[in-house]
Design a protein. Sequence first.
Length: 255
Amino acid sequence: MAKVELIDVSLNYQTLGGEIAAIENVNLRIEDLEFVSIVGQSGCGKSTLLSLISGLIKPSRGQVLVDGIKVSGTAKKVGYMLQQDYLFEWRTILDNALLGLEIRGEKTAQSVQEVKEMLRTYGLGGFEHHYPPQLSGGMRQRVALIRTLATHPDVLLLDEPFSALDYQNRLSVGEEVVKILKEQKKTVIMVTHDIPEAVSMANRVVVMTPRPGTIKSVHEIEMCDQGLSPLQTREEPQFREYFTAIWKELNAGAE
Ligand code: ADP
Ligand code: MG
């Protein structure tokens, strides 16, 4: 059984100016422990797709299944990390990391202990009682990730997780995040408009058409079996071939 499955999913937004078709007839199967990247032009419906999987919005047509069960509203199994880190400036790092648990009423001595351990493991041990403005962009991103992981989702939805970081940071934070997600054994669906990022992290890259978003193609990234890190993957000769193929698809008809 697929971990996540979309069957003929379409989504129209109702606006004052009429209906906007954001997603049209998307079919996608994602197996347990896959890391799938979704790329596409701005406005093609990438965030909409994640919101559909998270249960925040309901499809206009079709079905979204997680573990074979129809998604109806947000569920504990699915963690959603939004584009901005949304850390609360007035809460300490520890309290920010505990927020998801707090909202779910699952803040217990044991879960607090677990979060403290995760902060330590991921290089934030000394920062529990600091506040977000005292941290670098990469550290903040790790806090947001720990907050999402704290509630033990099986599936993680990441919406342009590195877009607020500059290029150098993006590379190293991406490297760290992939390591964390592999250790934690998650199924990951990551939206990005950065092709190298998409290819270097994922075992499959889904290319979407401009709005209304449909799936244009799916690329199996064979290098991902070799146990390489994202930075090492970028050094592989095959990397360029994937990059070029996906770039051409994204830019077809745009010239
Ligand atoms: P992406 O994440 O790929 O940039 P989105 O999923 O955010 O794209 O949006 C897809 C399309 O739907 C865009 O044209 C956007 O303007 C429109 N859209 C997104 N959210 C809403 C909304 N709440 N109401 C109306 N239109 C929306
Ligand atoms: Mg978006």
